[in-house]
Design a protein around this ligand. Sequence first.
Ligand code: CU
Length: 480
Amino acid sequence: MKTIANYLPLFISLLFFSCFESKENQYDKAEDIPVTREMIAELTSPPNVPAPIGRRSAKKLIVKMEILEKEGEITDGVRYVYWTFGGTVPGSFIRTRVGDEVEFHLQNHPDNKLPHNIDLHAVTGPGGGAESSFVAPGHEKVFSFKTLNPGLYVYHCATAPVGMHIANGMYGLILVEPEGGLPLVDKEYYIMQGDFYTKGDNGERGLQPFDMQKAVDEKADYVVFNGKVGALTGDNAITAKVGETVRLFVGNGGPGLVSSFHVIGEIFDKVHIEGGDKINENVQTTLIPAGGAAIVEFKVDVPGTFILVDHSIFRAFNKGALGMLKVEGEKNKKIYSGEIRDDIYLPEGPGIQSMPTTDEIVESDIPAKSFEEQMQFGKQTYIQTCFACHQSEGQGIPNAFPPLAKSDYLNADVNRAIDIVLHGKSGEITVNGEKYNSVMTKQMLSSEEIANVLTYVYNSWDNSGKVVSKEMVDSVKNKK
Ligand code: CU
């Protein structure tokens, strides 16, 4: 016969667990959550984030953030002096939980030229900490705050001129997880948009100083993710496997522009709107204000490269706001078929689309000073103009666009090649024994650019090694 004594261990353990469970829930106010022990916060560089908080109790969390003013490259050949929190743009990611008591150490490196401070939007207090953290080079300021509200928050420098300090890269994200932590996902990444203003135009080489007037006018030369063009493309792309759930902590440092954040070929299953508690579902594009953030989550169902953009689309394709998520795994033809057929479609009318005549193109380029520069500039033009059809290694696309690599057609006649770039081409041609019948439009390129891009093509992928000059292009141009 069972007595109450048989159940005693169960009662005791239930009692124990219920006490344990409710230990922190008993605090109505986050300010009353006690902290136990102290720990050094793990800080990470973008696109990485520190390990999830999970169920850890509130702690005294020591954050040591070093300010570094350092030169970097905003895009190929364009250098810029960034001001950074932790040596990167955006600054180091800080991960906390509600009830943590953050002891913040802001260190201004002795080699820096300017004083700085920090305004964390997660702080309840004057200036978000800015008033207590103004720090000269070679000094460290310490202040502390209690995290009262869960959410994803921007931090930034707030030293005058504030816009200039932010424009130079002084922003980052601090996450305050709710009690019990965010639900676990497979992959988490840290992405932050920013707009940059340089004395020279987009792409103008050399060390570019900040341009205050362009910043005031909000005429950005670069709009980028994670501080530079290409920070999240090619080998720097973020990755996931089919079936995984991806969570992106997305911020916008500004200083000037809002972001229409979108991932081409994906739908956000969940968006923590503006980084707060409210969750929207099935979202295509989410608005991220300057000085704001959002948490977006989605499961990746099919393999491929998914492009992250600010859907103010010229910013993506012309100013740099473009990243990549590469997903590997099994195809799922129920979800996405891929190309099923490529049929011939011949409408009536002109075969070649009308583009501006090459005479309208202004010759404003700085001429390449050497073969190496021709190759370098030519490669840039290739990536912007030719890459989509002829592909990264000049391999072309079977049955659609002829290869440029080891191309007998290309290598046989340089003037014909120049003519095609200048005036376009339609009708059947045979390249390396394969027939192609596609349309190439006239290209909106200057003679200098055509010379450079053809030199790049002729000196890549086992081609003939011919060097094309501006004069050769002009002589073909003038024959017409
Ligand atoms: Cu600053």
